[in-house]
Design a protein around this ligand. Structure first.
Ligand code: CDP
Ligand code: CDP
Length: 225
């Protein structure tokens, strides 16, 4: 198969999705799309506007008037919210701790999935998130489900924070990750779940390179038919 395909990468927080998705996209000269950034962007805007995040309608009304653009860069992507670069702001703790509340709303998910499907329609994409293989691109030629222990994922975030000079506490990170996992996995609308036809990779004791290589070998075998 020489045509371009769609690669869906799902899994819980800090399983390594965005890191490996970016590298896989670079190796294949595909576009990388981080769908979590879109949920983070609308959460950031809702917090800025002082919206009640549980109020689905108010958040939705803001979302339909909001432009969220993912701009490809050398190292990944920048996130533009109504034209303003919010790449850094949407990674901050207040957004991280609130995003799963916004992401559970059916209206929000419907709007986001439509936007993401339009982005993926050209193929030649690596898209990461929670519901890519199950809802956004259910016919993706390659579906990957990345997992890792909560302990390992908290250690990864902790190291990332230290590198960035952000305050970080390991036990607190563990609790936050576990809470987000629970909210994402137990919500009614498109919960985080492995697609039946996804290849699961436990990254707990794998390096980034090993995970990238495994995904590329799945891609190769699919392309060879
Ligand atoms: O990078 P990290 O794994 O911490 O999170 P993310 O991929 O940026 O996603 C942030 C949050 O957005 C997740 O915890 C989910 O609540 C939500 N999300 C979702 O519901 N569906 C997606 N396709 C992507 C993210
Ligand atoms: O996108 P997601 O939240 O799933 O995870 P990420 O932001 O790509 O990865 C979280 C951190 O784990 C990053 O600092 C990666 O460098 C690191 N990582 C790792 O140490 N080993 C892996 N096999 C994958 C990621």
């Amino acid at each position: 198969m020489s045509t371009k395909i769609a690669i869906a990468i799902d899994g819980p927080a800090a399983a390594g999705k965005s890191t490996v998705a970016k590298q896989v996209a670079r190796r294949l000269s595909y576009i990388y799309i981080d769908t979590g950034a879109m949920y983070r962007a609308i959460t950031y805007k809702s917090l800025q506007q002082g919206l009640e995040l549980e109020d689905e309608k108010s958040v939705y009304e803001v979302l339909v008037q909001t432009d969220i653009a993912l701009v490809q860069t050398k190292d990944g992507q920048n996130v533009l919210l109504d034209g303003q670069d919010v790449t850094e702001e949407i990674r901050k703790q207040d957004v991280t701790n609130s995003v799963s509340i916004v992401a559970k709303h059916a209206l929000i998910r419907k709007e986001m999935v439509e936007r993401q499907q339009a982005m993926a329609s050209q193929r030649g994409v690596v898209m990461d998130g929670r519901d890519i293989g199950t809802h956004v691109i259910p016919d993706a030629e390659v579906k990957i489900f990345l997992i890792a222990s909560v302990e390992e994922r908290a250690v990864r975030r902790h190291q990332e924070n230290k590198q960035k000079g952000f305050p970080s506490e390991l036990e607190q990170l563990k609790r936050e990750i576990a809470t987000r996992d629970k909210l994402d996995s137990e919500r009614e609308v498109s919960p985080l779940v492995k697609a039946e036809d996804a290849v699961e990779i436990d990254t707990t004791s794998l390096s980034i390179q090993e995970v990238v290589d495994r995904i590329l070998s799945v891609v190769e075998s699919v392309k060879e038919g």
